[in-house]
Every structure is written in C-alpha cells, then in structure tokens.
Design a protein around this ligand. Structure first.
Ligand code: FSO
Ligand code: SF4
Length: 556
C-alpha cells in the first residue's frame, strides 16, 4: 500500500482508499497531496515559530489556500501540477525561512526544512508523512477532522480572495492549525479545542465569502432558472467560483455564445449582477456525479472552476474540458490567471464557436434564491405561517450529493411503504418525498439535486424547497435560523422547529459541519454514512457533546 486516503464519503469499503481512489485519484497523486500538506504544515510552523504577521505574507497566504483547495476531493487530478505546486510551496517556505537566525532554524520541524529535488525524492518523503504517520487513532481522527475543515475553509477563503476580500486573521489561523498537525505532544483535549476553533473560523470564512459575493454581485433574489436549451453554441461552467463566471460572461458578450451553469454553479442565476447578461442562458444537467452523461450531450466546451470533476471516460469529452484555479485534469487545458487575477478564456470561446448547440435534456425551471437577505424580506409571511401552524417544521437538507447509489430516483414499493437503503443517497429523495406537506426544506449545496426536481409544491406563497445557494451559502441557513430565533423570542437555537438532516461528500461539508457545531446547533443527522475518519471514540464524543449522529431522523 502506497497511499491512504479517507477524506470523503465514498472512500473504499467505508474505511479508506489504499490502491487508488474511488474518485479516480492515483496512488502517486495521493502521495503528492500528502507531501503538499506536509510542506504547508512546515510553512505554518515557520509562521508560528517566528511570529510572522500574516498580513505581511499575502502571496504565501493565497498559495497555501490554493494548495489546500487543490487537495480537496475531485478538484485536481493532475500529477504534474501537484508536483509543480509542491516546488512552488517549498520555494515560498524556503524564502520565509531564509531570513531567520540559525537558532530559530534549528527549532523548526522537518516539514519546514526538508528538501526533495526529484519526483522520486518527493515520493520517498511522502511515504512517511501521510495520514497513517499519526499512529494514535483518536489523534489521527481529530487531526484529520481539523485538516479537512481547513481544506473547506481554504476553498471559501480562496473564492473571497478572488473577489478582493481577505482577512489576515483567518490566514493566521490556517497557518497555526496546519502547524499544529506536526506537534507530537498534543492531547485529545487540545485537539477538541482546536476543532471548535476551526468551526469558529469556518463561520468567519463563510461570512467573508458572503460579503465578497454580495458586495460584488448583489444579494440573491427569488429567481426562476431555465432548464432547457437555446439554439446557440454554449459554454458550460461548473464548480463554485463566481469571479470566473463573471469574467467568462464579460468575454462572451456579443459573441453569439450562450453560457450555462452546471451543478453548484446553478445559484449564480440568483445574483442580480449576472442577470444583466442576456446570454446567461440557464442550468444544464444535474449534480456533479452525473456529468459523464450530461457533458456528452452538452456538445460544447466545459469550464471547471473548482471540484467536482469526474474523470472523463471518452477522449471526445476530455478534449472539451478546461480547468482553472485550483482544479486540474491531465490532458485538459488549464487557464491560469494573469496579472490581477484576469483570465483569458479565448481558447474556450474559440472552441465553442466551432461546436453545435447543446442537446436538450429537459425543459422547465427551478426556483431558488432564498439566501438570508431575501428570506429576511419574507420574514412576516414565514412567521405568520409558523404561528398559524401552516408550516410545522423546517428540515435543513443542505450539503453534498454523491454517487451512491447511481439510480437517481427510485421507486420500490413493498406494501404501503417505499423501501430504501439508508446508506445510499436514494434515502434523501425518499425522505423529501415522505415529508409531511406542512414541512419545508431549507437547502444549499449540490445535495438539493436529490429532490429539487420533484415538484414538492408550496405552502401559500412559500415553496417547500427553499434553496439558499451553493454549499458555502449554508452560512445563509445559519443566519436564517438565528433570525428566526430572535423573531420568535427564543433563547436557544435548538428550540426552533428545525431539524438537520445533512448529506456530506467532501471537505467543504466538513467545515460547514464544524461551523454549525460552533454556532451551537445540536442533534445534526449526518449521512448517508458517517465519515470514516471519525474514530469510534471521536464519534462517541461528538455524539455526547453535540448530539451528532449517523442515525436517520425518526420515521415520519
Ligand atoms: Fe457539491 Fe462537489 Fe459544493 Fe462539494 S459539487 S460536492 S461540498 O464540491 O462543494 O456541494
Ligand atoms: Fe478515496 Fe475519497 Fe480520498 Fe478519493 S478523496 S482517494 S475516493 S477517500
């Protein structure tokens, strides 16, 4: 075994990928990712040891966030770029270390000083610094919980930075939490404290991104998004980065090319700033894991701004995929930012002009845009519906979608009741269908694709599925809960008529979970299966302290 990774929900046998990833990650790539994390821990150790002010090292801050983002599930499959990133990170690390006194350097851990010139040397080094190098299972579990939370946080910070919003204190926390992963003497109590702090900084990072998005694009508003196609050639934009989308819309204006969103880009339609582009056509396809079929029919080029990439099976589809930012795939053209974050998307535009328009997959529309500002403006009717009993309960079904099981909507009738396997994602479709008519779903993230096309109707003017946006917009759901608590005069967020039935897949969901825990939310149901990286003792601790459970909510 030359790799071990258990960071996502689809990890092999529910315990860990050891001979290549279920996601498509190779052993070599997994090793390089381990070494990249180790190098960034070394940077954190230097920053901490000599008390470097994070505001004085902007390039290092941004590169560390990008590096963390590159290791998130399904973001980057390109070994050559990972190797290049390690070299860049080592250079930044060595420059940081360069000005230090001999005595300071001698105090630094190996991660801050090791050298690896060739790929072979990197691989050799990587084989000693992966997840399993932490022997104690509980320390390993909490250390990885924190690391995965940092990856999610870094993704949000990276998007905010692309829009010009940065917070040196968040960067400072990321450096110190990375460095903490090198400390031998950490107790479980230290790690639990750091886990909670990670959640607190997660809230700050989500608030920062919310501010970046809303100040750049306006507040999301209720919007009907078209699911059909037009007759022009198209470009499909996937991932989560709204600044990339804006640049693409600007560069395609007047070219006769339409721009469509895919998966987690759907919520871009809710922002006023994007609505002024008449060639911003609609949403194409479904959740990330269905992309192999969706892309085949799209016919035009596809731009990945972040995860989730599924390794393309056909050369034809691969030739139409472009990546940018932290994402990457071998053999696909990667578009790097030039000065001031500007990107030249002309290779994508030129390809789009030569290719046919997308093939229609479906017609109709989806309604979304229920982020905090919009929901606050609907506070009166919502409160009235709660008071009169028209709305009995809210269920937060935010998070991620995933492959298991591959059939999207199922129906196995055994007697009166629909049967489903609770360990698969079919459960979320079944659950949404079974909800009483006076329950409302609050959602964010790609988890919504399990039920957002079911036509679950409305209660008066309130749709039964309120989509706040992307996974990072789960922050909106927390703000909505806090506002309801205030308006209903409650003293505890857990007294609200809200239950949490959250689906997770990758590490952005980990920071959302830690953020919710730090806000005091209790009794979260997390599925379809609990993370493999939570050891039995850590599961017990999270259950006893926060009521976190892998059990599904009671039968309806
Ligand atoms: Fe989904 Fe993928 Fe957004 Fe994730 S597309 S799974 S939690 O990247 O970030 O919700
Ligand atoms: Fe396995 Fe998930 Fe890691 Fe990929 S990201 S190697 S599927 S645990």
């Amino acid at each position: 075994m030359s790799m071990f990774c258990f960071q996502c929900q689809e990890t092999a046998r529910g315990s860990g990928c050891e001979y290549g990833g279920v996601c498509g990650k190779t052993e070599d790539l997994a090793q390089l990712m381990d070494l990249l994390i180790y190098t960034m821990r070394g940077i954190g150790a230097i920053v901490e040891t000599v008390d470097i002010e994070p505001s004085g090292i902007p390039e290092v801050n941004r590169e560390v966030c990008r590096g963390l983002f590159m290791t998130i599930t399904n973001a980057n499959f390109d070994e050559a770029r990972m190797e290049e990133e390690i070299r860049k990170m080592m250079l930044l690390r060595d420059q940081l270390r360069g000005g230090l006194k001999e005595s300071d350097v001698s105090e630094l851990p190996d991660a801050a000083v090791f050298q690896a010139e060739s790929l072979e040397e990197m691989q050799f080094k990587a084989s000693y610094v992966g997840v399993l190098s932490t022997r104690d299972v509980n320390v390993r579990s909490l250390r990885q919980l924190i690391t995965y939370g940092l990856k999610g946080m870094a993704a949000y910070v990276h998007h905010a930075a692309n829009l010009g919003k940065e917070d040196p204190e968040i960067y400072g926390f990321i450096h110190s939490a990375l460095a903490a992963g090198l400390k031998e003497e950490q107790t479980l109590d230290d790690l639990v404290t750091l886990t909670m702090k990670t959640g607190e900084y997660g809230v700050r990072a989500m608030a920062l991104l919310d501010e970046a998005n809303t100040s750049a694009f306006g507040h999301p508003e209720i919007t009907e998004v078209d699911l059909g196609v037009r007759n022009n050639p198209g470009i499909l934009v996937s991932g989560h980065d709204l600044s990339d989308l804006l640049q693409l819309l600007e560069q395609t204006e007047g070219t006769g090319i339409d721009v469509y969103t895919h998966s987690e880009m759907l919520p871009a339609h809710y922002y006023p700033a994007f609505k002024r582009y008449s060639h911003f056509a609609g949403n194409y396809g479904s959740a990330w894991w269905r992309q192999l079929t969706d892309f085949e029919y799209f016919n035009g080029p596809i731009l990945f701004t972040t995860n989730c990439i599924v390794p393309p099976e056909s050369e034809e589809v691969r030739s139409r995929i472009f990546t940018t930012g932290a994402s990457g795939y071998p053999g696909c053209v990667h578009i790097e930012a030039e000065e001031e974050g500007k990107k030249d998307f002309s290779p994508i535009i030129e390809m789009a002009k030569r290719l046919p328009p997308p093939t229609e997959l479906e017609t109709g529309h989806l309604v979304g845009g229920f982020a905090h500002d919009q929901v606050f403006r609907l506070a009166e009717p919502i409160l009235e519906a709660i008071r009169t009993g028209a709305v009995k309960k809210f269920v937060v079904m935010a998070g991620c979608d995933g492959r298991s099981k591959a059939s999207e909507y199922f129906s196995v009738n055994k007697g009166e009741k629909e049967e489903y396997d609770e360990s698969t994602r079919e459960y979320y479709t079944a659950y949404a269908k079974r909800l009483p008519q006076d329950w409302v779903i609050l959602t964010a993230g790609c988890a919504k694709y399990r039920y957002n096309k079911l036509n679950l109707g409305s209660i008066g003017s309130i749709p039964r599925v309120l989509d706040a946006g992307q996974c990072n917009d789960s922050y909106s759901l927390a703000l909505i809960a806090l506002k309801l608590k205030e308006l209903l005069g409650l003293s505890d967020i857990n007294d609200l008529p809200i239950i949490y039935n959250i689906a997770w897949y990758e590490q952005k969901a980990v920071i959302v979970l830690l953020a919710l825990l730090s806000l005091g939310v209790k009794n979260i149901h997390l599925g379809p299966t609990l993370p493999a990286f939570l050891s039995p003792d850590v599961r017990k601790l999270l259950n006893e302290t926060f009521g976190l459970t892998g059990e599904k909510p009671e039968e309806l």
